[in-house]
Design a protein. Structure first.
Length: 160
């Protein structure tokens, strides 16, 4: 039987909610725990502690990649998009169109945007690295200001 746990972390970006199911990270959210995890128990498990620590290291510029067991649940299309996001190197960006082309759906850039919006594991699955074709920052679950902070953070530490 699956056990769901969550913790709330105060970060430089504001409050983050982390959710784990057994020993797999299922969500990192900015605003609140998704309703599908409403039955989660407030407890900072070893995995949630590790996730919190890795996110804090990332926000301090000490970590450029994450080593956490994650589970991405969504449609086949969403899964393709989210897995492609994991291939975007730290400090780099891709356009929605580039992601659409990479997953074999060249005209699906709006659908890529919708999949980004549904990304359950913010920061770790780096949807913040996806920008508009004209380099504009568009759409982010945590808000454009947080997207900009994450991109500037990565730009600052990418060469170190």
């Amino acid at each position: 039987m699956a056990e769901l746990f969550y913790c709330t972390e105060q970060t430089a970006l504001g409050k983050l909610f982390l959710v784990a199911e057994n020993d797999i990270l299922r969500a990192v959210c900015f605003e609140e725990i998704p309703s599908k995890f409403a039955c989660a128990i407030a407890r900072k498990t070893p995995l949630l502690q590790q996730a919190s620590q890795q996110i804090e290291e990332y926000l301090q510029g000490k970590r450029k990649s994450f080593s956490l067991p994650i589970a991405l649940q969504g449609t086949d299309f969403q899964q393709k998009v989210w897995h492609e996001l994991l291939n975007i190197p730290y400090g780099e960006t891709r356009s929605y169109k580039q992601i659409a082309e990479k997953i074999g759906c060249p005209k699906g850039y709006r659908a890529v945007g919708m999949a980004n919006n549904k990304n359950p594991i913010a920061i770790i699955v780096p949807c913040h690295r996806v920008i508009g074709q004209n380099k504009n920052l568009v759409g982010y679950a945590g808000g454009i200001d947080i997207k900009e902070k994450l991109l500037k953070l990565e730009e600052k530490y990418a060469k170190s």
